[in-house]
Design a protein around this ligand. Structure first.
Ligand code: PLP
Length: 265
């Protein structure tokens, strides 16, 4: 990295295999010439085949990490990933408010691609009530949007539009519903801005099983753009281009024997 670079913070879980979570976030920040700091909320023992154990960090220690970072570093953007429990969600929300954090990108992580639960069942409501209203942008995929709304998974463009409106009504400032879990030849993401404007971001759907860390990477790339001063639609557009290239390159750089990670440039 050379020249002045902004600082972004990830508040998320560690993935021991390095493909998702904190590790994907820091790689993404570095690829965007953004300095990355990290607050670790949970440890996962996992590889590309699955998650074998989760160890949540005590809430007061999460608070201490948040205070240590904000009391010294000038954090220009925050990415939030795996928060594990309702208690940790409230702890992180309080920390963000205490330090008047700006440019908060929330990836409401619930279930790993391998099927492991990364958020306790009773914690979805805490995300909805405590973190969603604090976030500048929330980036649910189709199942996460449905879980936040207590609805079934949207299958049509009209249903996705309607769910974005309902998330906005819950207090989400700007919403990006990601279409990666849908079907069809195009992966289409819908961005609903606070003023009501809608942007659609389309990319060809890439056939690969190596998509581990996709959501983490996209949200960190958006946070990187915001840290550098880009407007939200530009930050999302650049991030979509970055994640599409990272997925396309995943098969060329295989890691592990299961669902491997996307490749960072
Ligand atoms: N955070 C952690 C710690 C994880 O282990 C995972 C997935 O395994 C995720 C987040 C979400 O990953 P993805 O970006 O593939 O949705």
């Amino acid at each position: 990295m050379s020249g002045p670079h902004p600082i972004a913070l990830t508040i998320a879980g560690s993935d021991s295999s390095g493909g998702a979570g904190i590790q994907a976030d820091l790689k993404t920040f570095a690829a965007h010439q953004v300095y990355g700091a990290s607050v670790i909320v949970a440890l996962t023992a996992q590889n590309t085949k699955g998650v074998s154990a989760i160890h949540a960090v005590p809430a007061d220690f999460v608070s201490k990490q948040i205070d240590a970072v904000f009391e010294d570093l000038d954090v220009a953007a925050v990415k939030i990933g795996m928060l594990a429990t309702a208690e940790l969600i409230e702890t992180v929300a309080a920390g963000l408010r205490r330090h008047k954090a700006r440019n908060i990108v929330l990836d409401p992580v619930m279930i790993a691609a391998s099927g492991a639960r990364l958020l306790e069942n009773d914690a979805v409501d805490a995300i909805r009530r405590h973190i969603l209203p604090l976030a500048t942008l929330s980036t649910p995929n189709l199942p996460e949007a449905a879980a936040l709304l207590g609805s079934s998974v949207a299958e049509t463009e009209a249903a996705i539009d309607e769910q974005a409106d309902r998330l906005a009504a819950l207090g989400a400032a700007n919403v990006l519903i990601k279409g990666g879990h849908g079907s069809g030849e195009t992966s289409s993401d819908l961005l609903l801005l606070a003023g009501g404007a809608r942007h659609r971001f389309d990319a060809p759907r890439i056939a690969t099983r190596n998509t581990h860390g996709t959501g983490c990477t996209l949200s960190s790339a958006i946070a990187s753009g915001l840290a550098k001063g880009l407007a939200l639609p530009e930050a999302v557009g650049h991030a979509k281009t970055y994640i599409t290239a990272a997925i396309a390159a995943a098969d060329e750089v295989p890691v592990g024997h299961g669902h491997g990670p996307v490749h960072h440039f």
